[in-house]
Structure formats: structure tokens, C-alpha cells
Design a binder for this molecule. Structure first.
Ligand code: TYM
Length: 314
């Protein structure tokens, strides 16, 4: 029996944080044997934010290294750059013609962006159409993501449905995989961990960065437990172990933060070492992306032909 298909990705907008890791990237690794997996570097999505050649190049390479360092196996997973597969932007245009502006104006990400800055790019507005194309070109069954991407998967399903109603059954409706315990990983201030809130713990942080971030966690407490410390600690230790530790050290916030710091370091150090090792052979990484791009192009190209036939242009 052939395997079900997984597709997901990360935007190369800077260093990924432990929210990205636990919310999504870890699932890519955990599911890589069970699914036929496609894992993207969503560089054209990042272009809405990153408009510097140097930064874009560094970030793309950075995410490729991150993927390998956390344990994605390029023998099993097609790791590729979105911009290497032009079918994505081509299909996004087709979807643009089917989707209405009022529908896209209801998207949370658009509303948030517009609330901050009225001058948003057309690319920010159209973001969900490119994401729908990313997913639907591979007939993905599942898309592992964090909670903040849930609406994008719903928009993807609506778009597929609309296409199928108009042109016949061509597109497969995907399901999201969102794990409850890590759907919204909190940052150092207790809000959702996010680069834009400056409350992150980078996945490959140095020891100094880790110490600064962990010691800076806002210690709002409830019944003697520093909630933000505890919530983050849950990512690294079972609740059973934590309960006795937090009981034993009730009210001793500094010691609890130190215990968390030790656990984060124990987790991050081997990842950091593996990444440093990989950095010594960048040509391996670029070759892997090239090969991934070829494989992705073959799959996406044949799906796009099917789509073009259905709409009457091929
Ligand atoms: P991005 O790059 O913003 O984030 C990558 C993944 O990390 C998850 N995430 C979190 N999960 C839990 N807690 C948090 N605090 C947290 N912060 C981020 C995100 O939900 C995401 O799963 N649009 C996507 C990239 C993308 C994509 C796709 C994903 C482009 N095309 C196709 C899946 C399928 C994004 O901006 O993710």
C-alpha cells in the first residue's frame, strides 16, 4: 500500500525558535517514516518580510541546516525550496482568479497585518493562495502545523473544494495535524512564542542567549508555581517529574529557572553540535536542495498539468 502524503514548511525569516520546533518541525521528523513527506523552505512567503539578498540567502541555507540538524533524512524526505518549483506561483494565480477579495479579507493574518500597517503588500494579502498551492500540488493528506496556521489549512480546503466544484474532482482536501499540547508554545512573556513579540528562545541558541532568555522569563505565579516557567518546562520533561520538582522548590523561582535552563541546554547542545558539523560541508546541503527541487518539480509539474487540462488551457 502506498504511503499517505505529508507536506509542510517553514518561512526563512530568521532563526527558528522552540515554538516552531515543538509546534511543527518535530512532527516533520517524527512522521518522516510513516508518510511520503515533502518539507519546504517557504522562501517566496518570506519575501513579504525579507527583502535583502544577503539575508534571504543566509536564511534559506539556515533553514536547510536546521532541517538536517533536527534529524530530517533527505533519503526519505523531499526537502526543497519553494522558489525552485514554479508550479507553486503558477497555481497560486489560478486560485487568485477563483477566490474573492471579501473571502480573503476575513483571514486573521491579513486582519492582523492590516491593523498594524495599512500599507501591506499584495503578497501578504494573497499569502493563503500560495500556501494552498504549496499543499494541493502534492495531493497532501496531512499538514503538520501550529495553531496559527489552522485557518490557512481551512482556506486551502475551501479553495480545493471551489476548484473541484468548478472544474471537476482534481484536488485532494488535506487535514491539518495540530497537537494540542504544543499547538501554541508560549514565549518568555507567556504570550505565543513569536519573533514579532521578541519573546523567543531560538532553537540553536548559544548558552549565553539561553541563560538570558530563561532568566528573563516573566514569573507570574499561581499557587506558588511560576506559570510561564512551568509551561515551557513541560516541553522538556514529563508533568509527573515536574510536579514533584515544582512542589519541592515552591516559591524558589531562580532555582526553577536554573532547572529549566539545564534541561533546555541538555536538549539543544547535541542539535547545535550536529548543525555545526553540517555547516562544514555546505556543498552537501546545496546539492541536497537541488535534488529535492528536482523531485518536487516532477510531482508538482505533473499535478499542474492535470490542473491545466481541467481548466482548459492544456
Ligand atoms: P512559520 O514559518 O511562521 O512557522 C513554522 C511553523 O511553526 C509553527 N509555530 C508555532 N507552533 C506552536 N507554537 C508557536 N508559538 C509557534 N510559532 C510558530 C507554525 O504554526 C508553523 O507550522 N505559512 C507558514 C509556512 C508555510 C507552510 C506552507 C506551512 C508556507 N507554506 C504549506 C505548511 C504548509 C508559516 O508562516 O510558518
Amino acid at each position: 500500500m502506498s504511503k499517505k502524503i505529508l507536506l509542510s514548511g517553514v518561512k526563512p525569516t530568521g532563526r527558528p525558535h522552540i515554538g516552531n520546533y515543538f509546534g511543527a518541525m518535530k512532527q516533520f521528523v517524527d512522521l518522516q517514516n510513516e508518510y511520503e513527506a515533502y518539507v519546504m523552505i517557504a522562501d517566496y512567503h518570506a519575501l513579504n518580510l525579507i527583502q535583502s539578498k544577503k539575508e534571504m540567502e543566509e536564511n534559506i541555507l539556515g533553514v536547510a541546516l536546521d532541517y538536517l540538524a533536527i534529524g530530517l533524512d533527505p533519503e526519505k524526505v523531499t526537502i526543497f525550496k519553494q522558489s525552485d518549483v514554479s508550479a507553486h506561483t503558477e497555481l497560486a494565480w489560478i486560485f487568485d482568479t477563483l477566490t474573492t477579495m471579501p473571502y480573503l479579507m476575513r483571514a486573521h493574518a491579513f486582519k492582523d497585518a492590516e491593523a498594524k500597517n495599512k500599507d501591506i503588500s499584495v503578497g501578504t494579502f494573497n499569502y493563503p493562495m500560495l500556501m494552498a498551492a504549496d499543499i494541493l500540488l502534492y495531493d497532501a493528506d496531512v499538514v503538520p502545523v501550529g495553531q496559527d496556521q489552522k485557518q490557512h489549512i481551512e482556506i486551502t480546503r475551501d479553495t480545493a473544494q471551489k476548484f473541484n466544484n468548478t472544474f471537476g474532482e482534481v484536488l485532494k482536501l488535506p487535514e491539518h495535524i495540530i497537537l494540542d499540547e504544543v499547538a501554541v508554545v508560549p514565549g518568555t512573556d507567556g504570550q505565543k512564542m513569536s519573533k514579532s513579540y521578541k519573546n523567543t528562545i531560538p532553537l540553536f541558541a548559544t548558552d549565553d542567549e539561553l541563560e538570558k532568555a530563561v532568566m528573563g522569563i516573566v514569573t507570574d505565579s499561581s499557587a506558588g508555581i511560576p506559570i510561564n516557567v512551568y509551561e515551557m518546562h513541560k516541553l522538556f520533561r514529563s508533568e509527573e517529574e515536574l510536579k514533584s520538582l515544582y512542589r519541592e522548590k515552591e516559591g524558589k523561582y531562580k532555582e526553577l529557572k536554573e532547572a529549566l535552563l539545564t534541561d533546555i541546554k541538555a536538549f539543544i547542545t547535541p542539535l547545535r553540535e550536529k548543525r555545526a558539523e553540517l555547516e562544514k560541508d555546505i556543498s552537501y546541503v546545496t546539492k541536497m536542495l537541488e535534488e529535492g527541487g528536482l523531485r518536487a518539480n516532477a510531482v508538482a509539474g505533473s499535478k499542474l498539468s492535470q490542473i491545466k487540462k481541467a481548466i482548459g488551457v492544456l
